[in-house]
Design a protein around this ligand. Sequence first.
Ligand code: FES
Length: 82
Amino acid sequence: MSEAVIAQTAPYEMELEPGTYYWCACGRSKDQPRCDGSHAGTGFEPLAFKVDKPGKVWLCGCRRTKTPPFCDGAHQSLKEGA
Ligand code: FES
């Protein structure tokens, strides 16, 4: 399995309603941060997560978070290393 693509070096701030969502784990989706099926053949699978109440979330854009699908600040080290 190759490394996930860095879609962006910032989180995706989103207002979500209760429901189940599929976060793109491979970084290849054209509909970031949602899975669009572009992971086919990469060995990656989308990560399903549930939202219980409406509210704001910050989803990882760099795919280096240790708490997927949520941002943990890992993108900061990518920016510093760039
Ligand atoms: Fe990235 Fe599906 S497109 S996990």
